[in-house]
Design a protein around this ligand. Sequence first.
Ligand SMILES: [Zn+2]
Length: 120
Amino acid sequence: MEAVLDRRIARDLKTLARFIQLYCNDMHADQPRQPVTMRTHDVKEIAGREIVLCPSCTKLLQHGFTKRTHCTMDPKPTCKNCPKHCYAPTYREQIRQVMRHSGTKMLYRGRIDYLFHIFF
Ligand SMILES: [Zn+2]
């Protein structure tokens, strides 16, 4: 666990975790799900609650956390406009679906504070 996460990174990770949680709740409720843990991040601390996901969403979250934490672009552009595209293609498609699903849902609920401009 790194001593202090940059505040912006911490905020992005929290949003990312909650988006994936919402998506997994809706799409994968029939799959076995477990609390997500990482060697490098205290997921529960970062998200402000336990994040419980299916295996494939767990991998996506871990990939996203790692990529976001190690993003070298400063200020960070939206991923869509980033020249690097650090997400592996399969994860990129997956995260796009998560953003579309959860982003739309948050919008309907009026959770504009969650409006996600960081990823896609
Ligand atoms: Zn899932």
